[in-house]
Design a protein around this ligand. Structure first.
Ligand code: DP6
Length: 349
C-alpha cells in the first residue's frame, strides 16, 4: 500500500527583510521580518509526500530530478515532523500506522516549483513550507501553523512565513533552542485585498551568491547590519504593522522601499561586497520613484530580494494597470535589457 498527501504553498515576499543569522544551525535571525504571502495560484510549490512499507529509504525529487536528502536542512525537517507523528488509520483500506511505526517507515517526496528556482524569487520559502505542511498532514502531526513554521524555519528561514496567508511576521525570538522563533499572521489575505503584486523578471538565472552564503559574510563583516538589526528594524516593524493594519499605503510604500534599499546597502557593506541588483533593477527603482513623486502620493512600492527581479506592489488595480503600461513602455520584454517577462503575483488585472 501507499498513502499520499499533496499540498500547495505560495511563496512570500518580505517587506521588512530577514538578512543575517545569530544561529546558523537552527536558522535564528538577527531581526524580526514581515512579508506578504502571494495568492496560491502564482509562484507556488506543489509537493506530494508518500509513505509505503516498500520504500527502502527517504528520497526526494525536485522538478522531476532526484536530489540528495543528506543536507542538514531536509534532515532537520524530517526529524522534527517524525518526532511529532501520531497514529494514522485508513479504515477503508485496512491500513494502520502507529506512532512508533513512523520511525521505521520511509517517505518519497516529489516537489514542483512553477517559477525559476534560486533566481531570487524565494523558491526555498515555498518549498520548505510546503514540505513541512505536507509531511505534518501525512504523519497526522497535530501542531498548529505557528508551531509548524518553527520547523519550516529550520529548512529555510523565509519558509516559516509561508505557512500563513496575508501579512505575516517572523518573530526572531529570544531563547537559545529557537522554540520562540516562529511566524504569526499580522492580518489575513482579505484585509488588504486591493493590493496588486507584479514581478518584473529581470533575470531567471541562478543567483551568484546564495542567501545563506551572503548573509554569513554580511554577519561576519558588516557594521551596518548591526546598526540595522538593533536600531532600525525594531522601529520599522512597529511602523509596518501599523501601516498594514490601517491600510496606509503611503507609509507602507515608504517603509517597504526604504527597507529593500537598506538590505542592498548592507549587501554592499559586506566584504567582499554582494551585488544582487543590476542596471535594470536600478532603472526600475528610478522609474517608480519618479512616478510616485510626480503624482504626489505613492502609487507603487518596490522591493528586491537576493536577485535582480523587482517585486512591485501597486496600491490598487488602477495603479497596477498604469504601472504595467509604464514598464512595458520603458522595459519592453526581449529588448536589449535583460527584462524578459512579467508575472502577476497577485490577482489578474
Ligand atoms: C533576501 O530564507 O533564502 O529573501 O534561511 O539561509 O535559507 P536561508 O535564507 P533565505 O533568505 C531570504 C532572504 C531574503 C529576505 C527575506 O525573505 O526576508
Amino acid at each position: 500500500w501507499v498513502i499520499m498527501v499533496t499540498a500547495q504553498t505560495p511563496t512570500n515576499i518580505a517587506v521588512i527583510k530577514y538578512w543575517g543569522k545569530r544561529d546558523e544551525k537552527l536558522i535564528l535571525p538577527v531581526n524580526d521580518s514581515i512579508s506578504v504571502t502571494l495568492d496560491p495560484v502564482h509562484l507556488c510549490t506543489t509537493t506530494t509526500v508518500a509513505v509505503s512499507p516498500s520504500f527502502a529509504q527517504d528520497r526526494m525529487w525536485l522538478n522531476g530530478k532526484e536530489i540528495s536528502l543528506s543536507g542538514g536542512r531536509y534532515q532537520n525537517c524530517l526529524r522534527e515532523i517524525r518526532a511529532r507523528a501520531c497514529d494514522v488509520e485508513d479504515k477503508e483500506r485496512g491500513i494502520k500506522i502507529s506512532k512508533k511505526d513512523w520511525e521505521k517507515l520511509h517517505v518519497h517526496i516529489a516537489s514542483y516549483n512553477n517559477f525559476p528556482t534560486a533566481a531570487g524569487l524565494a523558491s526555498s520559502a515555498a518549498g520548505f513550507a510546503c514540505l513541512v505542511f505536507a509531511l505534518a498532514k501525512l504523519m497526522n502531526a497535530k501542531e498548529d501553523n505557528s508551531e509548524l513554521s518553527a520547523i519550516a524555519r529550520q529548512g529555510s528561514g523565509s519558509a516559516c512565513r509561508s505557512l500563513f496567508g496575508g501579512f505575516v511576521k517572523w518573530k526572531m525570538g529570544k531563547v537559545e533552542d529557537g522554540s520562540d522563533s516562529l511566524a504569526v499572521q499580522v492580518v489575513d489575505e482579505k484585509h488588504w485585498d486591493d493590493l496588486v503584486i507584479i514581478i518584473a523578471v529581470v533575470s531567471s538565472r541562478q543567483k551568484e551568491t546564495s542567501s545563506t552564503t551572503g548573509m554569513r559574510e554580511t554577519v561576519e563583516t558588516s557594521l551596518l547590519l548591526q546598526h540595522r538589526a538593533k536600531e532600525i528594524v525594531p522601529k520599522r516593524i512597529i511602523q509596518m504593522e501599523e501601516a498594514i493594519k490601517n491600510r496606509d499605503f503611503a507609509s507602507f510604500a515608504h517603509l517597504t522601499c526604504a527597507d529593500s534599499n537598506q538590505f542592498h546597502a548592507v549587501c554592499l557593506d559586506t566584504c567582499p561586497p554582494i551585488f544582487y541588483m543590476n542596471d535594470t533593477s536600478h532603472r526600475i527603482i528610478s522609474c517608480v520613484e519618479k512616478w510616485n513623486r510626480s503624482v504626489g502620493t505613492p502609487q507603487v512600492a518596490y522591493t528586491f530580494d537576493a536577485g535582480p527581479n523587482a517585486v512591485l506592489i501597486a496600491h490598487n488595480r488602477k495603479a497596477a494597470a498604469q504601472l504595467l503600461q509604464k514598464l512595458l513602455f520603458y522595459f519592453p520584454p526581449n529588448s536589449d535589457t535583460e527584462l524578459n517577462s512579467y508575472v502577476l503575483g497577485d490577482k489578474s488585472i
